[in-house]
Write a protein that binds this ligand. Structure first.
Ligand SMILES: NC(=O)c1ccc[n+]([C@@H]2O[C@H](COP(=O)([O-])OP(=O)(O)OC[C@H]3O[C@@H](n4cnc5c(N)ncnc54)[C@H](OP(=O)(O)O)[C@@H]3O)[C@@H](O)[C@H]2O)c1
Length: 272
């Protein structure tokens, strides 16, 4: 979902882009990573094991893609001097804060997925000194399954929906994250950690209501529920609000308010 928009944004910015999916490159294959990285100035790793609940039952498989993959790509980049952008997640945090997590906040993942993504950040940095870790959260986009599409489809099949109202985050369009990645590279941003999420904050319930409005449905059809009533194998962070100081420090424009960005994204995201 994100990789397609990064490839498109980079091409639009005038870069020569090689976009590879999992059939063209298995990031578990170190030699294949080396061969693919050769000849490139920058590698943006959007590949990941993203099935958050499945990861609870098969952490080694998630660890392989989310930690060994970045390690292989980082080692290949270190050999050629390419920069590596490693995409990461709010799940590296414990989700118990009540103010935005700064980039330097200690990681304390509570799920298998979060542990493997935190390991990926560490592995990439350990193998290469020119890594930009770009953490994002609550992603939606035209190129994959995502929350707004699920809600829109459910609204067409059911009268009312129950959506959790006790998890807080920042709904973020993949197109905006792609723009931030391209801008960070254009700004020559130093190796380090950057947060790329919309500004403001919402519950999943509030986001679902916004989706309802976008499809012309009555937002009152979206009812509130709690994480306790809707238990999933992987614990969800209750608080996934990220701070954006590092972006500001390198002069990269913030993404902007989630409601405004979703209004712009909705026609293309919900059309798919
Ligand atoms: N979605 C979110 O809400 C969210 C939130 C925060 C952070 N992120 C992070 O953002 C990044 C992009 O997420 P996304 O939502 O765009 O994920 P996605 O749509 O699930 O895409 C992940 C891609 O990784 C590929 N992949 C899996 N195993 C691979 C392997 N061994 N070698 C090469 N490619 C492999 C998948 O290919 P197949 O489909 O063929 O397996 C898929 O194309 C990830 O780093 C994710 O952790 C996502």
């Amino acid at each position: 979902m994100l990789g397609q928009d990064v490839a498109e944004a980079a091409a639009r910015a005038g870069h020569d882009v090689t976009a590879v999916g999992s059939s063209a490159l298995d990031v578990l294959d170190a030699d294949a990573c080396r061969a693919r990285v050769a000849g490139h100035d920058v590698v943006v790793n959007c590949a990941a094991y993203t099935a958050v609940d499945d990861a609870e039952h098969d952490e080694p498989a998630a660890f392989a893609v989310n930690a060994l993959g970045p390690a292989h790509l980082a080692a290949a980049c270190a050999e050629t001097g390419a920069r590596l952008v490693q995409v990461s997640t709010d799940y590296v945090f414990d989700g118990t804060a009540d103010e935005p997590y700064p980039e330097r906040a200690p990681v304390a993942p509570r799920s298998a997925y979060g542990r493997t993504k935190a390991a990926g950040e560490w592995a990439a940095r350990a193998a290469h000194d020119d890594v930009l870790v770009v953490r994002t959260a609550w992603l939606y986009g035209a190129g994959g399954r995502c929350f707004p599409r699920t809600i829109a489809a459910a609204l067409s099949q059911r009268d009312t929906l129950e959506v959790v109202a006790d998890q807080v985050g920042q709904p973020t369009w993949t197109v905006d994250v792609a723009r931030v990645v391209v801008d960070l590279l254009a700004a020559g941003a130093a190796a380090g950690t950057y947060h790329a999420t919309s500004t403001g904050q919402a519950t999943w319930h509030a986001f679902a209501q916004e989706v309802a409005r976008a499809v012309g449905a009555d937002p009152a059809r979206i009812r509130e529920t709690t994480s306790e009533a809707y238990v999933r194998p992987a614990p969800r962070p209750a608080w996934s609000v990220l701070g954006h100081d590092a972006l500001g420090a390198v002069g990269v424009a913030p993404i902007g308010a989630w409601e405004r960005r979703f209004a712009e994204a909705a026609p293309s995201v919900l059309a798919g």
